[in-house]
Design a protein around this ligand. Structure first.
Ligand SMILES: Cc1ncc(COP(=O)(O)O)c(C=O)c1O
Length: 452
């Protein structure tokens, strides 16, 4: 039971909880916060038991645990940190806004500057509305689409894991307790890269579907012009095409749907990587639809679009402007891709050299990827996924998923390859001898499950 009294190298960190053991910290977190964390994907059930109970601080691509250990991080704040934790250029821009007063009484110049800068990145999009969470902007997009079309149904991609914690989405998952059937029955779905499933939905609900919402890509990319076909069918049926780029933002691409796949959506939701961890998301879209949330057309019935107390707070809106400048100056996007290219080929080679390339491999492409862990029968396995992560944690790497940053360099790549080699050697032994000898504690569980 490790007890930590302070974090080495960070004398400024004070906590009334220093002195508690890892187990005590976990228990206290679960006693005070439902799920022990403010995001389910940050919960204990998403990590092996040897991961730190809590994390304390990040710098560059490293993160410090409540156990006092320093870890190389491939979680990067749930994809939000693209440049590196505590990057001075971004933090200084944020601090300058703090000194202006943080959250002012009327719409600010910072807000206007940020809107102008962001819209320059989204060709064909005319207006933007800022918020703090992805769920806020996807839900706003859906509401706008319903108002614009005067229709009820939402057609969403079933293969994309998460669009919002709001009822219209969660009601269409297995964790639907608390959501009335009247709401969940209004969300229907289609399969990625299966154009017939999109056509069928429009046939089943003629003139009733308000919008199609999907990510332009996950680690599985659209094939054979799928995105373009979806956009065309959506428009032919009088619906709105919403591209959810929250997880792609400033990683897979800048305006991924257009830049990577040549398709222009009607509304785009962006977030995660856009402000290097500062809380900022945005709904970006065509004027004709976005303007429904405006107040200039006298006599027109209003749509109460996003209206939040902190939507115009200065700190994140200062940070994003610095991020945009940083990306231009350092060509961050290309850097992230080039690191990932080496990452994918290096790890797949290690797995193949060890002789388990059909049981453990990286799938996807440098814009977005995932590690696949299978058991002896060839089935994807949470147990083996946890074992891999457990061994990586022993080698001082946190890797709940694979997300890098501009701060990940050659030293970190080498550290990763060494750790993967050690971890996959154990993985191979566990395939032979059984997990019982190797996996300590409970395996990770899926975030979307009906029961605890
Ligand atoms: C594609 C996508 N859309 C929407 C969301 C919801 O964002 P938030 O958690 O900020 O509400 C997420 C979050 O992971 C996401 O990945």
């Amino acid at each position: 039971m490790k007890v930590i009294k302070s974090i080495k190298g960070f004398k400024d960190i004070k906590s009334s909880n220093f002195g508690l053991s890892e187990n005590q910290l976990r228990e206290k977190a679960h006693a005070l916060i439902p799920g022990g964390a403010h995001t389910y994907s940050r919960g204990d059930d998403q990590f092996p038991e040897n991961a730190p109970a809590l994390v304390v601080k990040g710098k560059g691509c490293y993160i410090w645990g409540s156990n006092g250990e320093k870890y190389l991080d491939y979680g990067m704040g749930l994809r939000t940190v693209t440049i590196g934790y505590a990057t001075p250029e971004i933090d200084n821009a944020a601090i300058a806004e703090i000194r202006k007063g943080t959250n002012l009484t009327k719409s600010s110049l910072t807000e206007l500057d940020a809107a102008e800068k962001v819209l320059k990145l989204f060709k064909g999009m005319d207006m933007v509305k800022f918020a703090k969470n992805g769920s806020t902007v996807t839900t706003a997009a859906v509401k706008l689409a319903r108002a614009y079309t005067d229709r009820k149904y939402i057609l969403r991609c079933i293969d994309h894991p998460f669009f919002s914690y709001d009822d219209w989405f969660i009601g269409d998952t297995v964790v639907k307790k608390g959501i009335p059937e009247e709401i969940s029955s209004l969300t229907i779905n289609f399969k990625f890269n299966d154009i017939e499933s999109v056509k069928q939905a429009f046939r089943n609900y003629p003139n009733q579907i308000a919008c199609v919402i999907m990510e332009p890509t996950t680690h599985i990319q659209p094939e054979n012009g799928f995105l373009k076909e979806v956009a065309d069918i959506t428009h032919k049926n009088g619906a709105v095409f919403i591209s959810d780029e929250i997880s792609c933002t400033f990683r897979t691409g800048i305006f991924t749907t257009l830049d990577q796949y040549g398709v222009t959506p009607d509304l785009v939701t962006v977030g995660k990587g856009m402000a290097n961890g500062y809380p900022l998301t945005a709904l970006v879209g065509k004027k004709e639809i976005m303007n429904l949330g405006g107040i200039k057309k006298e006599g027109e019935e209003r749509v109460f679009l996003i209206s939040t107390t902190y939507g115009g707070e200065l700190i994140s809106l200062g940070a994003i402007q610095a991020v945009i400048d940083y990306y231009k100056k350092h060509d961050v996007l290309n850097y992230l891709w080039s690191y990932n290219k080496k990452f994918i080929s290096g790890i797949n080679k290690i797995s193949s050299d060890i002789g388990i390339e059909d049981k453990f491999y990286i799938e996807g492409f440098p814009g977005r990827m995932n590690y696949v862990a299978k058991d002896n029968s060839g089935k994807s396995s949470f147990e083996f996924r946890t074992l891999f992560h457990q061994e990586m944690v022993k080698n001082k790497i946190l890797i709940p998923w694979i997300v890098n940053s501009y701060a990940h360099g050659d030293k970190e790549l080498k550290m990763t390859f060494d750790a993967v080699t050690n971890s996959l050697e154990v993985y191979k032994k566990a395939l032979k001898a059984g997990l019982g000898h190797y996996l300590k504690g409970k395996p990770q569980k899926p975030v979307f499950r009906q029961f605890n």
